[in-house]
Design a protein around this ligand. Structure first.
Ligand code: ADP
Ligand code: MG
Length: 702
């Protein structure tokens, strides 16, 4: 049995500073600090990226290209070859075979030292050379004794590093840190001993020692894959720390008051009745889940996941109307101006007939209309504001904000989101939050990434939707594509032609769109073609989008600004240039702009040959499936969760050792473990979070 009492008596001592280690002067300390390493503990949690096996000296005869190996032999020949630049070539042999060491840079001292007969021990990567196997710029040293003398006592860790910080420095530092592993104030064990026993896990000290200095017989393949029990134990602890930090965020939010919004519903019912369609079962279920949350006296924090086109906007509108009917205001925030303007149009069309005033706060309103909008929000005449994050600028004041809706949340980091939410505080408490995302992720992953949120899923598309036919076409067949556009538009349909990021430059992207529209206008003189990109003024963008929505434009040439949210059901053809350069999720989002009506839709993915294998695989996946979950799963395998969830920038879930895909099976256990730790060892929670996430992640005192 654990003794809870003794464990809890362990205080979270201030861990020893790295400056107590030998060789850490002010300069090195500052460098380490920039990497977030302040304490000896931080250093121990700076984990190796990979390992080299220098524990055995290999016979040269057994080397294969690609091996990283230690060899030992005698110099047979050393010569400087004078080509365009001089090169030092040293032939060494050990009786089983021979090897050439090739140096493009060398000093006179090196040249003079490497003479025939000298015994050398070398470490490097083996490659195929013109005549023999070679090592280019190997590490080497004169070898004293015989081959039996072990090279290294453990596998050699390779640490993530920055320029000017040598691997030898990392090894020297971690060596000293490991020597202090068992000294009080270095690292504390925060997992209960009973867990370790049940899972047959090493202690924290054992696990850290193992991953920093694996023994010569360690299973390299397991280590490389992160599947060794020591790594798994650390990964579990890391996932636990992240989970606990999200739970803590959630609890802090839950701690606050929010206005109780009764599920009255006259406005909502009037709204539903005004729609030309009935809600799907999934939409109705999610609306009900939201209404239950809104009826509680604490802030709702609900995430609605739903594939592209599943009808999230209507669900958001129902929530907005609930808040409005209860006498509160609502704010709807979108990640781009284009989407904010579209939402503004939609919400105005839907809500104005019900007597609910909506205002748009995207981009650069002229100062007069902005002042009017602000006055309306401040005195409460305006009930709903739709905009970008401009909504939360200093001068925007609400009379009584009861609900914040954030659309396409993967564009906003957790902390950004909470900061915005905090600004909504008023005498009723804090607003409810509804977050919507079209990046569906597997359930276990959602549990890890969104542990601070309740999740709802719209797992049904409106009836009559037909899957979008997807074809992959090389750019040389542009004529054929142009013909498709012509025939779609002749039938009264509309089309998009997307010119995505060619360079990491907005200006160049716009240029590509400008060039494309010029050629398309020549090829399709009878069509009404318009252009929209991020550099247009917001009024211009709005005008183009309204014209496209109204059917006054046949073909819309666009940059990826139309990626999220844009909804024009009559558009049935999507052409995406340079599709091989885009990620799966982005392509799925773009394709989701069509297939929104009941007519048959198509998506043409245009690529510039040659197509890489990965590129072919990616485009193939889109051809095979229209299912956002399936695509997200594949995307996760290809790009990893940081990219897919958009959490890389926000730093959340920037994991050191765990891998959300590889370690998915742990996640349900992590959730249970978190509950147990909070219940039985609450004092361990803070230090555990700090160990893995540092101080930065603790969201200010909410
Ligand atoms: P997303 O989930 O991608 O944000 P939208 O809210 O933009 O999807 O909805 C996509 C389209 O489907 C819109 O034109 C919307 O009016 C329509 N729609 C939403 N719900 C239904 C429904 N239950 N039946 C038919 N069409 C619907
Ligand atoms: Mg949407």
């Amino acid at each position: 049995m654990d003794s809870v009492a003794t464990e809890d008596r362990k205080i979270d001592r201030l861990p020893a500073s790295v400056t107590i280690l030998k060789g850490v002067g002010p300069r090195l300390a500052e460098r380490l600090e920039r990497l977030g390493i302040h304490t000896v503990q931080d250093l121990l949690f700076h984990l190796p990226l990979r390992y080299q096996d220098r524990t055995r000296v290999l016979p040269m005869g057994a080397l294969r290209p690609g091996d990283e190996a230690v060899v030992q032999g005698e110099v047979q020949l050393a010569e400087v070859r004078h080509g365009r630049r001089p090169m030092l070539l040293v032939r060494v042999s050990d009786g089983t075979g021979s090897l050439t060491l090739r140096f493009f840079h060398f000093t006179a001292k090196q040249r003079d030292a490497l003479t025939r007969g000298l015994r050398l021990r070398c470490y490097g990567e083996v490659r195929t050379g013109p005549a023999t196997l070679e090592m280019i710029h190997p590490e080497y040293q004169p070898a004293a004794g015989d081959v039996a003398e072990p090279a290294e006592r453990s596998l050699t860790p390779i640490y993530p590093t920055t320029e000017g910080l040598h691997q030898l420095t990392w090894r020297a530092l971690t060596e000293q840190a490991l020597a202090r592993l068992l000294t009080a104030g270095t690292v504390e064990e925060w997992l209960p001993a009973s867990w370790l026993r049940v899972k047959h896990w090493p202690t924290l000290a054992e696990a850290l020692h193992y991953v920093h200095r694996p023994p010569p017989d360690a299973p390299l393949a397991d280590l490389a894959a992160g599947r060794h029990v020591s790594q798994q134990r650390l990964a579990f602890e890391e996932l636990l720390a992240h989970h606990l930090s999200l739970r803590r965020l959630r609890e802090r939010v839950q701690h606050h008051r929010a206005p109780r919004i009764a599920p009255a519903g006259a406005l909502r019912e009037a709204f539903f009745a005004s729609l030309p369609f009935a809600l799907t079962g999934a939409q109705r279920r999610v609306v009900d889940e939201i209404l239950v949350d809104l009826g509680r006296p604490h802030p709702m924090q609900r995430l609605v996941q739903g594939d592209v086109g599943s009808g999230k906007t209507v669900v958001a509108a129902a929530a907005v109307l609930a808040a409005v009917e209860a006498g509160h205001q609502a704010a709807v925030m979108a990640p781009t101006e284009l989407l904010a303007e579209q939402h503004h149009r939609n919400f105005s069309t839907w809500l104005a007939p019900l007597g609910v005033a909506v205002t748009g706060l995207a981009g650069k309103l002229n100062s007069k209309s902005r002042a009017a909008a602000l006055a309306g929000l401040a005195d409460g005449k305006v009930r709903v504001a739709v905009g970008t994050h401009a909504l939360f600028q200093q001068d925007v004041a609400f009379q009584g904000l009861g609900l914040v809706v954030i659309d396409e949340q993967h564009r906003f980091g957790v902390h950004q989101r909470l900061a915005l939410w905090e600004k909504g505080q008023n005498h009723h408490g804090y607003p409810h939050q509804l977050i919507m995302t079209a990046t569906p992720i597997p359930r276990t992953l959602a549990m890890a990434a969104y542990a601070d949120l309740d999740c709802s899923l719209i797992d049904e598309l409106p009836p009559g939707r037909q899957p979008v036919d997807t074809v992959v076409v090389p750019a040389v067949r542009r004529e054929v594509i142009v013909e498709r556009v012509r025939s779609a538009c002749r039938e009264g349909r509309q089309a998009y032609w997307v010119c995505p990021l060619i360079e990491e430059s907005e200006a160049l992207q716009c240029q590509a769109a400008v060039d494309t529209i010029a050629t398309l206008r020549l090829a399709l003189p009878e069509m009404r073609i318009a252009l929209v990109h991020g550099r247009l003024k917001s009024g211009e963008k709005d005008a183009v989008m309204s014209a496209f929505t109204a059917g006054e434009v046949d073909l819309l040439v666009a940059t990826t600004v139309i990626e999220v949210g844009v909804d024009v059901p009559n558009a049935s053809l999507m052409v995406i240039d340079n599709a091989e350069r885009l990620g799966l999720a982005q392509l799925h989002q773009l394709r989701g702009r069509v297939g929104r009506g009941s007519q048959h839709s198509a998506c043409v993915l245009v690529y510039q040959p040659p197509l890489s294998r990965a590129g072919r695989a990616r485009l193939g996946i889109l051809r095979q499936t229209n299912d956002g979950f399936e695509i997200a799963r594949k995307d996760l395998e290809i790009r990893g969760p940081g990219e897919v969830l958009g959490t890389r920038q926000s730093g959340l879930l920037a994991l050191k050792i765990a891998d959300l895909v590889r370690d998915q099976a742990m996640i349900p256990q992590v959730e249970r473990a978190a509950a147990a730790l909070l219940r039985d060892h609450p004092t361990h929670v803070g230090p555990l979070i700090r160990r893995w996430l540092g101080e930065a992640v603790q969201f200010g005192d909410v």
